[in-house]
Design a binder for this molecule. Structure first.
Ligand SMILES: O=C(O)CCC(=O)C(=O)O
Length: 315
């Protein structure tokens, strides 16, 4: 596939995106904005991240920062950046549905940080109908030396690939499927401020940053204005079921299974409640857990309490 960089105003963008599933854009952010974004992310990581719930960021096994999201909710400058008409208009022209902002996430990739394993964003964040785009914008020049990114153009037409679920890590595309698709794979060196625009059905991954400099990238997610996302309670229910499986040592746990009937003991319960408090900033007393002992009931309690807290802090 030809990997030309198109101008953000190029009328060819919708056709290229439809054909390849990914399109590369030049000069989406000017050098001054790129530099300011880098400086502001450094400040965000030191001043804001430590003050917000753990569910807003992910760490790697070695404790390095992997990814953080919803930056536009906590920082006005990034809020304005993701709403710039040059960006939103370009995305609007690229697809035949009306986009709305989904989130801004950041892959800071400090030196030595691992890459993102192969995935399709429609698998990890399903929306219905499947109208979902990522605008990936590196804030330094990105190539094979510093955590470069790979795509499989054309394979977006094959639908959602089987993913392997892993404890404590995001799901990843079945390696056997990737092997069969190997001839489609491309890596493109992307200058700072350029972008890759791709659909939620595009398989992609990035490598470890083996350079001695951070490799930050912004990812602006867009979804169709009429899409629905899985209910938050569904998402937290499946997370709680996973915590039950991990902490009790089970292979299966259904949404309505009772923790105590599954053989859960006090020490496992305390670890689960600690993990939920860290992730969602919500405290559940051990005596309350008896009453909300299934993944579904506990998820309802956690989401309800978190929403109450958010309402109070936004008053
Ligand atoms: O920036 C990276 O390393 C990974 C980006 C990514 O996985 C994404 O945009 O979904």
């Amino acid at each position: 596939m030809e990997t030309r960089f198109l101008s953000i105003h190029d009328p060819e963008i919708p056709r290229a995106l439809d054909r390849d599933g990914v399109v590369f854009l030049s000069d989406v952010l000017d050098p001054h904005t790129v530099e300011e974004a880098r400086d502001r992310l450094d400040k965000y990581e030191s001043d804001v991240l430590p003050t917000i719930p753990r569910s807003n960021y992910d760490l790697q096994d070695d404790g390095k920062l992997h990814q953080y999201r919803d930056v536009e909710r906590f920082d006005e400058w990034f809020h304005d950046l993701v709403h710039r008409p040059t960006i939103t208009d370009a995305v609007r022209r690229a697809v035949d549905w009306e986009p709305r902002l989904f989130y801004l996430e950041v892959f800071p990739k400090p030196p030595g940080a691992a890459g993102a394993d192969p995935h399709q964003d429609l698998y990890t964040a399903p929306v219905e109908p499947p109208q979902f785009l990522h605008l990936w914008i590196p804030l330094v020049d990105v190539g094979p030396h510093n955590g470069g990114i790979f795509f499989y153009p054309g394979t977006h037409r094959l639908g959602i690939a089987p993913h392997i679920e892993r404890a404590g890590k995001p799901p990843t595309v079945d390696p056997q499927v990737l092997e069969r698709l190997a001839s489609y794979r491309i890596q493109v060196a992307c200058p700072a401020g350029s972008a890759a625009l791709f659909g939620g059905d595009m398989i992609h991954y990035s490598e470890r940053n083996t350079s001695d400099r951070s490799r930050p990238a912004l990812v602006i997610g867009f979804r169709g204005v009429h899409t629905v996302i899985n209910d938050e309670v569904d998402i937290v229910t499946s997370l709680v079921a996973r915590l039950y499986r991990e902490e009790i040592g089970l292979t299966r746990c259904r949404p309505d299974d009772d923790f105590y009937q599954l053989g859960g003991e006090d020490a496992a319960r305390d670890r689960i409640l600690d993990r939920l408090a860290l992730d969602y900033g919500v405290t559940v007393a051990p005596e309350d857990h008896r009453e909300f002992a299934s993944p579904e009931a506990l998820a309802n309690l956690v989401v309800g309490r978190r929403d109450d807290r958010l309402r109070q802090t936004s008053r």
